[in-house]
Design a protein around this ligand. Structure first.
Ligand SMILES: *Cc1c(COP(=O)(O)O)cnc(C)c1O
Length: 420
């Protein structure tokens, strides 16, 4: 036991010594995982309430996706797009049949797909809309999260994401999220696209006012501006529909997917749009060595099949409704607000969330705070109802303990003041 504890802290030390410190992870060293559960080096089990930021909506190591990965890896993994492969056409057809979008452009990480969408929007702005070369503008929302490349953090309003990384590309601006009138005011004849998350995930599961997406869609149509929806985290079942934009029955011009597109096996992302928009790319305009590789495509096809066949969007809607009603019933003066859509929930506290997440990990539930005071709850969508119930029990108890601890602290400071 002691030896294995040593092993775990050795691994942590290696990571600290030899890695860049661009993350501050909870000190759990995961060794294996299955479904909604992960196991650490010492054999302790934890319920995963983060799902790798919704990349494992299908659950960890889903057997059907695993089979597709292994079968494909035994044949061919990478051809580059210099040649054709026999998996890419099938993924493109599957994406079309599932989403109705005419065309798709596969990439790897989410940030790359966002970059791809921005490049398409700029070129569409120049070649279709007729904006003067080099003059196109892109509008995004305050408190967005679209990834970490230089152009994408150029759109961020989070000082830490930008600080030290400038200068940024020109023609990027932001408007408040949830404010359609602000978008209307910000659009100029040079605006080629509006980029928005249908629900802001990293900002703390911020759901815009009802009707917002419909209004911005109408504004974009009227002004001939592309509506680009970033569904990298909100999409593929997470919010109780295949895509979060479907809650308002809109049809964006461009949809960006990633994360759960591979069920966590492999980085796979894609931009979905019309022939008119993705048609701006001519051979040689844009590309990626790994984008659209046969291993990624085989994995993505299997990952999409799991979402459909296991009705994960419907599960998310059902289980999410249950979780939301339970969390809303929590009575704690630490809670500012509980919100959520599908199995994507947030508890906003009036105190830092990190100690609560640490206490939860000691009880066997893995959550990660977002923006200091928000606990995000996003289990794999395959989670069993009993497991979800157990995880919610742990949250209830930890919040109760924290309330008690804080009261004890307040009392002891009062005693100290009195005794002085
Ligand atoms: C995670 C995420 C990204 C970036 O994806 P990476 O694969 O980390 O590059 C972009 N947009 C949203 C909404 C995300 O949640």
């Amino acid at each position: 036991m002691e030896q294995s504890q040593g092993f775990e802290s050795d691994l942590r030390d290696l990571e600290e010594q030899y890695g860049a410190h661009n993350y501050h992870p909870l000190d759990v060293v995961i060794h294996s995982a299955r479904g909604a559960w992960v196991t650490d080096e010492e054999g302790r089990r934890y319920l995963d309430f983060l799902s790798a930021y919704s990349a494992v909506n299908q659950g960890h190591c889903h057997p059907a996706i695993f089979r597709a990965l292994v079968e494909q890896a035994q044949r061919v993994t990478l051809t580059s797009r210099a040649f054709r492969n026999d998996q890419l056409p099938l993924l493109l057809r599957d994406l079309h049949e599932l989403t109705g979008y005419e065309r798709a452009l596969p990439m790897n990480s989410g940030a790359e797909a966002v970059e791809t969408a921005l490049k398409a929007a700029r070129k569409w702005g120049e070649t279709v809309k007729g904006i003067a070369p080099g003059e196109t503008e892109i509008i995004a929302c305050a408190n967005n999260f679209h990834g970490r490349t230089i152009a994408v953090v150029g759109l961020s309003t989070e000082p830490q994401y930008r600080s030290g990384f400038g200068p940024f590309p020109a023609g990027l601006r932001t408007v408040p999220f949830g404010d359609a009138a602000a978008l209307r005011r910000a659009i100029t004849p040079q605006t080629s696209a509006f980029l928005v998350e249908p629900i802001q995930g990293e900002a703390g599961i911020i759901i815009p006012p009802q009707g917002y997406l419909r209004e911005v869609t109408a504004i974009c149509r009227e002004k001939n501006v592309l509506l680009i929806v970033d569904e990298i985290q909100s999409g593929l079942g997470r919010t109780g529909k295949l895509f979060a934009y479907m809650h308002e029955q809109i049809r964006p011009d461009v949809v960006i997917v990633g994360k759960a597109l591979s069920g966590g096996f492999y980085p796979v992302s894609a931009v979905l749009s019309s022939a008119a928009v993705l048609g701006v790319f001519q051979p040689g305009d844009h590309g990626s060595t790994f984008g659209g590789n046969p291993l990624a495509c085989a994995v993505a096809r299997a990952a999409l099949r799991v979402i459909v066949e296991e009705r994960l969007a419907e599960r998310s809607a059902e289980l999410g409704e249950y979780a939301l009603s339970r969390l809303r019933a929590l009575r704690s003066d630490r809670i500012v607000e509980v919100r959520g859509r599908g199995l994507w929930l947030a508890i906003e506290l009036n105190q830092p969330a990190r100690p609560v997440c640490e206490a939860l990990s000691r009880r066997g539930v893995l959550c990660k705070e977002t923006h200091e005071r928000v606990i995000r709850i996003a289990p794999p969508l395959v989670i069993r109802r009993e497991d979800l119930e157990w995880g919610l029990d742990q949250i209830e108890e930890v919040l109760r303990e924290h309330a008690a601890e804080n009261e004890a602290e307040v009392e002891s400071t009062q005693v100290a003041v009195l005794s002085r």
